[in-house]
Design a protein around this ligand. Sequence first.
Ligand code: ADP
Ligand code: MG
Length: 729
Amino acid sequence: MSKLRFRVVETAFTKKAIEVVTPTERPSEYYAKYVFNKEKMFKYLSSKVYQQLVDVIDNGAPLDRSIANEVAAGMKKWAIEMGVTHYTHWFAPLTEGTAEKHDAFIEHDGKGGVMEEFSGKLLVQQEPDASSFPNGGIRNTFEARGYSAWDPSSPAFIVDDTLCIPTIFIAYTGESLDYKAPLLKALRTVDKAATAVCKYFNPDVKKVIAYLGWEQEYFLVDEGLYAARPDLLLTGRTLMGHDSAKNQQLEDHYFGAIPTRVAAFMKDLEIEALKLGIPVKTRHNEVAPNQFELAPIYEECNLANDHNLLIMSLLRKISRRHGFRVLLHEKPFKGINGSGKHNNWSLGTDTGILLMAPGKTAEDNLRFVTFVVNTLMAVYRHNGLLKAAISSATNAHRLGANEAPPAIISSFLGKQLTQVLQHIEESTTDDLVTLAGKQGMKLDIPQIPELLIDNTDRNRTSPFAFTGNRFEFRAVGSEANCASAMIALNAAVAEQLTLFKHDVDELIEKGEPKISAILDILRRYIKICKPIHFDGNGYSEEWRMEAKKRGLDCETSVPVIFDNYLKPETISMFENTGVMSEKELEARNEVKWETYTKKIQIEARVLGDLAMNHIIPIATKYQSELIDNVYKLQGIFDHNKAIKLSSKNIELIEDIAKHTQYIKEHVDTMVAARKIANKIESEREKAIAYHDTIAPALDEIRYHIDKLELIVDNQMWTLPKYRELLFIR
Ligand code: ADP
Ligand code: MG
């Protein structure tokens, strides 16, 4: 498909690094070339159908099936002109990643030949043979059907020779089996709830859009070295490996010059992303060596999420073109920074107002404070759930580690916003009260004048930070589907805004003026949600103690954190907002526990195999060489002198014996623990057993392997070391 030209240039390392030759067109000319966006819809559809489809996309109008045939015909015409031969329903099942099954456009033409065919029926709905996707028991075999259904709000796009149609994936009985279906419901419910609250301030608002701007972090490793590390290949992270003498101590990688080979890869990636309509904007080196970040301009949440899923597959594909492998795992290397995916989130109106941004008038600012405080309330009331939404076996290695957000959800507000909230809380009347701000700014209530919220006041340790015109949910993992976090956050905020509206209306009905009623309720909420607000150092031990006292969820075991999805307040929140039913939540938790178990199980097997087949044999071989040396010295020198000369080698022989023995013992114990855990029926209990008894063994075994790595002859050590993996030349 791609018209890109490449030039192969030689580098010292691979001898075949690829330099991307920039297309002759400008980005604005090839942007969204492979997307069936409004421009193409206009060209390939009748104006009536175009209007109807735009109404579906922009205003959430119900999709009239009668237009499907014409839309399908238009899409097919465009796709075939683009050289496409296949189509697929593209969806995000409950695994991390996307699924697709390609079908060719061809059908029999009745005259012994074939013709290109794509009907509305095939566009709107399909029944993928997908019985082996995780479903948590929702699809018993007799009703094992699952449907994928077209999501017109996210445009179809072309990858290689295939037209990809974004779809939701649901069971025959209607339960969602994917991330997109509940995400669309959460976005709809937050739209309704927020629009209702906006009407207090601006009756013209008809729709509220949730925005998402993700920042994707990732590592690159050389493909050849990657292939020589079975642990990276099979688990996405290094299960062993001693620190490199140099890693990130000097912090010389952060925002540093991007290595040529990597720059070529990034350029290629960005061109492909832009052609798919992903507005990638920012790229830079991250803190750790070989770690990078990519961020687009924020978009409507559902679209942004599809774009993130697409970028993850583009990263995988394009990295290989350049002799790299991309690591999206949250913690591929021990002892150096992990990768996250900050989710910048905000709400905005169809009238163009960002609701999390202060404005120019008093009413603007009251609206701003209203949305901020309600967000804080939602995050406070559902802090355990939000943590569950970002928890996984892989992200567990990153959270709580010293450079990542702690496994406690709290919110950073910064000095100015803190003062504003404090001021509202303490004010007893609605009269003018003034507060000196940073620049001597005056804040009047309810006549709140221009607020200048300082967004340079950054606190990198906060998992949920206010950053000027949005909140930044930083605890999300690099490998995760952002939808998980966005479903929980948007649904929780929707529930909270509905409660707020109810509380305010109650006061208004009693005769209190609107502004005064809003302020009264905000005052009450500011007091209630105080425990979630924390501007200090999230990495400190004191915060852990303090958070516990404040009643925030401090659980660190991932399988237990998942229980938050089944707490009565979570179930009622998801049911009242219409986002998910109790049955769906139960089924999804089964999948979460099962996935957790499988991930640890695979790691345990891989490490066990490597320890027994690679590490112990190599260490023993080296030990034999040392023993051989001790014996041989005795042939040259008298016994006492030989022993004296061998004393250091004898120490090494003993060390190796100690470590190999320890490794063998612990592998045996780990295998035994696995056998016990595997017999447990309940997915929850099994995951807990894996967390409590098997995961810790991985670290213990690793400790001894890493010690051996320092002792054993470098030439014998077959696995590439951190110092090789981490530095691209
Ligand atoms: P930083 O690394 O300093 O947080 P970046 O520029 O890397 O900043 O990323 C910020 C992300 O936040 C971008 O994707 C940007 O488009 C997005 N963003 C900016 N404003 C908003 C907003 N109001 N709502 C949602 N996302 C936003
Ligand atoms: Mg950020």
